[in-house]
Design a protein. Structure first.
Length: 251
């Protein structure tokens, strides 16, 4: 009986290991669209509170992979009151330039969880850039689910890095095209946000979501980011942009 129990445990561990490896492969394929090099993007962001739309905010974003480290820079260009606000991410470090004061500050791990520009995205969400989920989380389980009539992998994620933005997350990835459809974020056991990705379009052979909506599960609000233009392998991306000195030079 004891040998049977040990064998059963051994087989279950093997099964979990195989499932975890499969989940990582799925995550890597889904993340590949976000981990491309030299990405330039122009986007608009609108915050909805109790169904009412706020003022449209316009931003330009730059992403670069340099010697295994992910770099990103997002700069708001409109409206006037926030033009010059910017987020710079170098690996795990995040700096914010505040247009209201012209000052630049490196954020602590706890401050990264605060709302970015009053939106439902945190500074950490905005600064993740082209890291991809597989870089920060690992699979703890994988099952199947149907979302909006699409067959999906349902993968539960737990942090694999220090100071994670969330305690856990559940993501739904389409089985045929490996597209993220929905990501549920949890903190202290509570479901606090849901990110929905849609309007996937083919950009040079890559399917990219042109609409990303972050829903708050704690209040009646959502934030919608729409990609108006995106370039892969863009010459607009320059390495000098990803430095504190460049951030401080912004107007």
């Amino acid at each position: 009986m004891r040998k049977f129990m040990i064998l059963a445990l051994f087989l279950s561990l093997i099964a979990f290991t195989v499932a975890a490896e499969d989940a990582k492969t799925i995550l890597d394929r889904a993340d590949s669209i976000f981990t491309a090099e030299n990405i330039y993007q122009e986007s608009s962001m609108v915050i909805y509170t109790k169904g009412e739309a706020g003022i449209e905010q316009i931003m330009k974003s730059y992403y670069l992979e340099d010697r295994g480290k992910s770099l990103s820079l997002a700069v708001f260009t409109a409206p006037k009151r926030i033009a010059g606000t910017a987020y710079l991410t170098i690996g795990e470090d995040l700096w914010v330039r505040f247009a209201s004061t012209g000052r630049t500050r490196k954020l602590s791990s706890s401050a990264k969880q605060n709302s970015a520009s009053g939106s439902d995205f945190s500074y950490a969400d905005m600064g993740e850039g082209n890291n991809g989920f597989a870089a920060e989380y690992e699979a703890s389980s994988i099952t199947e689910a149907s979302i909006e009539g699409k067959n999906c992998y349902k993968i539960t994620l737990i942090p694999s890095s220090e100071d994670p933005a969330y305690d856990s997350a559940i993501c739904y990835i389409t089985k045929d095209t490996y597209e993220y459809l929905r990501i549920e974020m949890y903190k202290n056991g509570a479901h606090i946000k849901t990110m929905v990705l849609d309007d996937y379009r083919d950009i040079n052979g890559k399917l990219y979501p042109h609409t990303i909506t972050m829903y708050s599960e704690l209040k009646d609000s959502k934030t919608v980011i729409i990609t108006n233009m995106i370039e892969f392998d863009s010459k607009k991306v320059q390495k000098r942009y990803f430095s504190k000195s460049y951030l401080e030079s912004l107007k």
